[in-house]
Design a protein around this ligand. Structure first.
Ligand SMILES: Nc1ncnc2c1ncn2[C@@H]1O[C@H](COP(=O)(O)OP(=O)(O)O)[C@@H](O)[C@H]1O
Ligand SMILES: [Mg+2]
Length: 235
């Protein structure tokens, strides 16, 4: 509580609403969601399928703008950003299915955002190797293509690529969904270390209740509303 009074949140949701609509129908997917997220902390958002979790993540990631309310990054509403830049520089997303580029080696996957940021291929390779080492991957994976490494290793490469983008907020949509329990726990541990040791803000959307035991704060989405966690299960 004390920290909240001393530090400003890196991300704030202020009565965020999102409505999908077409000519015939509309769906209120997110309803007046308010929350604050701080640097150096891990968060889990749990909730049933269809409760609005992915929609909320896409609003935080700048893939869409709220239809009402505001998502504020360091106090600035995402409406005021060049959304392409915001997406590229401020928020990185890690997915359940890893979403690595299949025709690039692991090293090239991590180089990709660095080259987008203007690094030369040589510079990018040097920095990418540091990130790959930082997520505890051995050098032997550098030159392999994603289909030549395990699920846990793929998720580590995806996290290294997220870090290479320079974003300080990591959004993880079911990051353990395709991993066995042991590898899932290691990935969550890595995400926690990144928050607690390197000051990233980590927001994990998950069905995996074991994750709720190890994050700093748990929230629940229910029918579009974002609430503090009530009860034990999201099923
Ligand atoms: N592209 C879309 N068009 C219309 N409705 C959508 C679309 N995507 C999701 N929805 C609806 O919005 C609500 C929230 O969906 P979603 O954010 O995907 O939930 P979750 O990630 O928790 O499963 C659901 O009712 C879903 O059917
Ligand atoms: Mg979803």
């Amino acid at each position: 509580m004390e920290q909240k009074t001393l530090t400003k949140p890196i991300l704030r949701l202020d009565r965020v609403c999102y409505q999908y609509r077409n000519k015939y129908q509309s769906v209120d997917a997110v309803k007046t969601a308010s929350a604050e997220f701080f640097e150096g902390k891990t968060y889990a958002i749990i909730g049933k399928s269809g409760s609005g979790k992915s929609t909320l993540l896409s609003l935080i990631a700048g893939l869409a703008l709220p239809t009402d309310g505001q998502v504020l990054y360091r106090g600035v509403p995402t409406d005021d950003f060049d959304l392409d830049k915001y997406r590229r520089n401020n928020v990185a997303v890690v997915y359940q299915s890893f979403n690595l580029f299949p025709l690039m080696t692991c090293l090239e996957n991590v180089c990709f955002p660095l080259e987008l940021l203007g690094k030369t291929p040589k510079e990018a390779a040097v920095i990418a190797r540091e990130y790959i080492a930082h997520v505890n991957l051995p050098e032997t994976v550098w030159r392999r293509f994603p289909n030549m490494i395990s699920g846990g290793e793929k998720q580590r490469v995806a996290i290294a690529r997220a870090l290479a983008s320079g974003a300080k907020i990591i959004l993880a949509d079911e990051p353990t969904g395709n991993l066995d329990v042991a590898n899932g726990e290691k990935i969550v541990q890595l995400l926690s270390d990144l928050a607690h040791e390197d000051n990233y803000t980590v927001i994990i959307v998950t069905h995996d209740m074991s994750i709720t035991q190890v994050v700093d704060e748990v929230m629940q989405m229910s029918d579009g509303y974002l609430l503090p966690l009530v009860g034990e299960s999201c099923e």
